[in-house]
Design a protein around this ligand. Structure first.
Ligand code: THU
Length: 134
């Protein structure tokens, strides 16, 4: 699937954002190795800290359905620059491998691409937990 199609799915998912507190609506679309796509939007809460980003919604949907291998994650929002994933979402995505491409977009059509290993160098992974001496 090409980047444009994945971004279009993220853009449609953005319509589902629940963001009454920030007003900042984000959409995401996660492309799995077999071509399946899971989308997400941010969901906020009156207890602000419980809010969840669009990226983690898409990732949790995919993982909870048995998917673990991801080609690309598209993110779109209305900011002045292509929407970068927050630190928590970088860590969340890095769990499933260093090679996933992150496609960052804003609604004006500016695009940036980077691999998760470059967005989160030296990520903490399960290698640290299970590859050492405890
Ligand atoms: N947000 C996302 O969904 N993804 C990002 O990459 C950045 C921030 C959400 C969280 C919150 O609902 C709103 O945007 C403002 O931070």
């Amino acid at each position: 699937m090409d980047d444009n199609k994945l971004v279009q799915i993220a853009s449609e998912a953005r319509q589902g954002a629940y963001a009454p507190y920030s007003g900042f609506r984000v959409g995401s679309a996660l492309l799995c190795e077999d071509g399946r796509v899971f989308s997400g939007a941010n969901v906020e809460n009156a207890v602000y800290g419980l809010s969840i980003c669009a990226e983690r919604v898409a990732i949790t949907k995919a993982v909870s359905e048995g998917y673990r291998r991801f080609e690309a994650l598209a993110i779109i929002a209305g900011g002045p620059a292509p929407c970068p994933p927050c630190g928590a979402c970088r860590q969340f995505l890095a769990e499933f491998g260093p090679e996933t491409t992150v496609i960052m977009v804003n609604i004006e059509g500016q695009v940036k691409r980077a691999k998760i290993k470059d967005l989160l160098p030296d990520a903490f992974t399960s290698d640290q937990l299970f590859g050492g001496k405890g």
